[in-house]
Design a protein around this ligand. Structure first.
Ligand code: DX5
Ligand code: ZN
Length: 220
């Protein structure tokens, strides 16, 4: 594998919601660098989860990168509240926005890094005009809504395409993958080009958090 730095981003969607502070402590002590917050509105994704107050309440507990994944309609309506809450990355769905270019500018003006995510049915081509402005591209390897699903392997071809596009265009977005990543397929995902590994169940169901992170980074 090349010498890219790989970041682990455990998703608290798979944590015990009755003890999120404890979940953040687990992630903090695991060697992971990011914490992935899956925000769902019950419309774009058929589940409900967290809001900006969750991020605001967790923010003082950790220095981890707060990586917010907004599976919501009208994502532009949440930029200010997540910025005030202390989110570091604000990743919205290309499928939930007509004016993605303007939303990216608004995210950056609010002081956050801008990411765009695509669901399994959306081709990479949808992102092409946005790539020069993005800090992160999130490739969903499952249909949005729940942790613990099996990865839709053909989606990995998008990671390779986005890695090639980044080199061709001289872009600098991080490539993040999300959904169904486990210790068994992490190396494959990294070889395809992933820089950030989001994992919910593979982290929170593990017996040894530090070992889980090492495996998710392809180090064990
Ligand atoms: C799915 C979420 C994912 C999910 C990952 O809608 O975006 O972040 O929580 O969970 P696992 O790693 O268990 O598939
Ligand atoms: Zn996610």
């Amino acid at each position: 594998m090349d010498n890219r730095i790989i970041f682990a981003a455990p998703s608290i969607l798979s944590a015990d919601f009755g003890n999120l502070a404890g979940a953040v402590r687990r992630v903090d002590e695991s060697g992971a660098e990011w914490i992935h917050v899956d925000v769902m509105d019950g419309h774009f994704a058929r589940n409900l989860s967290f809001g900006p107050k969750t991020v605001a309440d967790l923010r003082p507990l950790t220095k981890l990168v707060m990586d917010c994944h907004l599976m919501v309609d009208n994502p532009q309506e949440y930029i200010e509240s997540f910025a005030e809450a202390g989110a570091d990355y604000f990743t919205f769905h290309a499928e939930a926005a007509v004016h993605s270019h303007r939303i990216i500018q608004s995210i950056k003006s609010a002081g956050m890094k801008a990411g765009v995510c695509i669901v399994p049915g959306t081709p990479v081509g949808v992102l092409e005009e946005l790539l020069p402005d993005l800090d992160l591209v999130l490739v969903l390897l499952v249909n949005p809504g729940f942790g613990g699903q099996k990865m839709i392997a053909p989606c990995l071809d998008k990671v390779s395409k986005l890695k090639a596009l980044r080199e061709e265009r001289g872009c600098r977005y991080l490539l993040s993958v999300d959904g169904g990543v486990t210790a068994d397929n992490a190396r494959l995902v990294i070889e395809k080009g992933a820089d950030v590994i989001v994992a919910g169940s593979a982290f929170f169901n593990a017996r040894d958090d530090r070992e889980a992170v090492r495996k998710l980074k392809g180090l064990a």
